[in-house]
Design a protein around this ligand. Structure first.
Ligand code: HEM
Length: 275
């Protein structure tokens, strides 16, 4: 039974028909051959750290290494030296003859699921889709500290009253005409100037040649009523564009459309044309 685990260099003894250990007899058989220890003939590699080897393995070796990843044993270690490795074991030992046989860590660029390279990788931050960096809205941090428009010199969003959210406004403009007039009007600059939102008059403002009644929108304006009132009775295009050019005025105030802005002498010139 023990024969199956005998090392190969004991094969001679293993082949003997019977050993003492295998015998079931209580009395030792004088004729049973005895096993004798045999010194292995293999050339077992060994090394020392003394003398020249220690000098060779010194970490202060000034010769530059060609590998970035430290290896163990070191490339110039006596453990890797061919001169002490038996010729019949060289296949199972790592070769130090070239870098191709060394296992290096995977390159960082190979694990790149987006396929970005140095040439197509985005440079700098992603595109900014909000207000420009130098916008007053960014400079003043948007909402004023106490949520009240005009509380500071800067502009900002305000706390709207309950029932005056953008969603509420969206629902309101679906309800119908909010212009305050029954038919579209031709509005002259003098007429527009009179619609200031004060003394019982509605607040009108023009946007790219169209006149809107902004009175119903005042309590819904996220920038506050005072800000929106700056455009009352006049052309609000520049004021609007300076603050939030991305807001769609026409969509938001569609049902508030009063008419179109016409030159002051429009009526008389039209009558003359009719003659
Ligand atoms: C009558 C047309 C106008 C409409 C439909 C309108 C609409 C809006 C909307 C939707 C916002 C929110 C913007 C956002 O959340 O990004 C806003 C904010 C604001 N609006 Fe207006 N606005 C109008 C006119 C004006 C005018 C004429 C001024 C200034 C004189 C003004 C000043 C502001 C300010 C300061 C804010 C807050 C800052 C901000 O939104 O980032 N708005 N407005």
């Amino acid at each position: 039974m023990l024969a199956s685990i005998w090392p190969s260099w004991l094969s001679k003894e293993k082949e003997e028909p019977q050993t003492e250990a295998d015998s079931n007899s209580d009395v030792a058989d004088e004729s049973t051959p005895k096993a004798h220890p045999v010194t292995p003939s293999l050339d077992v590699p060994s090394f020392t750290l003394s003398g020249d080897d220690a000098e060779t393995n010194s970490s202060t070796d000034p010769s530059p290494t060609t590998h970035e990843v430290p290896m163990f044993p070191a490339a110039n270690s006596a453990q890797r030296a061919d001169r002490i490795a038996p010729a019949n074991e060289q296949r199972s030992k790592p070769s130090v003859s070239g870098p191709a046989s060394l296992m290096l860590p995977p390159s960082l660029s190979t694990g790149n699921p987006r396929g970005l390279t140095a040439t197509n990788a985005p440079r700098g931050p992603l595109p900014n889709r909000g207000p420009p960096a130098n916008s007053q809205q960014r400079v003043n941090g948007g909402l004023s500290p106490n949520g009240v428009a005009g509380a500071s010199k800067g502009r900002g969003k305000v706390l709207l009253k309950p029932g005056h959210s953008p969603m509420d406004w969206a629902a309101l403009i679906r309800s119908g005409n909010l212009s305050g007039v029954d038919t579209f009007q031709r509005v002259t600059p003098i007429q527009l100037k009179a619609m200031t939102g004060r003394k019982g008059k509605p607040a009108w403002s023009s946007w790219q040649g169209k006149v809107y009644n902004i009175t119903p929108y005042l309590p819904f304006h996220p920038g506050g009523e005072p800000e929106l009132m700056k455009a009352a009775g006049r052309d609000g295009t520049k004021l609007f564009m300076d603050v939030h050019p991305w807001v769609n005025w026409e969509n938001m105030l569609g049902p508030c459309l009063v008419g179109v802005l016409v030159p002051e002498n429009y009526a008389s010139s039209s009558l003359e044309d009719m003659d």
